[in-house]
Design a protein around this ligand. Structure first.
Ligand code: AMP
Length: 200
């Protein structure tokens, strides 16, 4: 299985790049943000529960994010791999994801980090807010989301660097160039995993 985490702050283009990766490598896209927005739109009990965190720019509690991610992932264990988008966001989530995947013998292969300067992120999200209709795309909330990212999610960078899985990509480049670099990282990984037959 090819399991990839697409990592980066809000506004780094993770969603756009994930859609392209899914199309090319036929992976199952697992986005906890999309999942929560769907629940909020359908006004389910879970949607009502998570809204108070999302609308104020805070993270949904780990136990909820983990439970929902597991439920969704376990329905798609037959897929050629997963692309995790917006998950994990805390060390607790990363450790839980590692144990879930390792139990099944399908660990994370690569963590692709899409890197974008903070002011550019802010501009992008504020621009997006004009037409995304997302309730969490306004100035005060966006600042808080970026702060939460720095405090709670950035520690994952060293977590995955220590595992030797972290690849940083310049997300300031045009979308096609970012995608080309992501593909290069994935293809290099796949190449390195090929078993070379022993010639006797
Ligand atoms: P996103 O679309 O990934 O930016 O997620 C939107 C919002 O959903 C975030 O600001 C969080 O409030 C919540 N959220 C999404 N994924 C997670 C997660 N893995 N852990 C906690 N909260 C999350």
């Amino acid at each position: 299985m090819l399991n990839i985490i697409i990592f980066g702050p809000p506004g780094s283009g993770k969603g756009t790049q994930s859609a392209r990766i899914v199309e090319k490598y036929k992976l199952k896209h697992l986005s906890t943000g999309d999942l929560f927005r769907e629940e909020m739109e359908n006004n389910t009990p879970l949607g009502r529960e998570v809204r108070k965190y999302i609308d104020t720019g805070h993270l949904v509690p780990d136990e909820i994010a983990l439970r929902e991610l597991y439920n969704r992932a376990s329905k798609h264990m037959d897929s050629p791999g997963f692309i995790f988008d917006g998950f994990p966001r805390t060390i607790v989530q990363a450790e839980a994801l590692d144990s879930m995947l390792e139990e099944r013998g399908i660990p994370i292969c690569l963590v692709i980090s899409v890197e974008v300067a903070e002011e550019e992120l802010f501009k992008r999200i504020m621009g997006r807010g004009e037409d995304s209709g997302r309730s969490d795309d306004n100035e005060k909330i966006v600042r808080r989301r970026l702060q939460v990212y720095k405090e709670q999610t950035m520690p994952l960078i060293s977590y995955y660097k220590e595992q030797g899985k972290f690849v940083a990509i310049n997300g300031m480049a045009p979308v096609d160039q970012v995608f080309a670099k992501i593909c290069h990282a994935i293809d290099t990984y796949r190449e390195s995993q090929k078993v070379i037959p022993v010639v006797e």
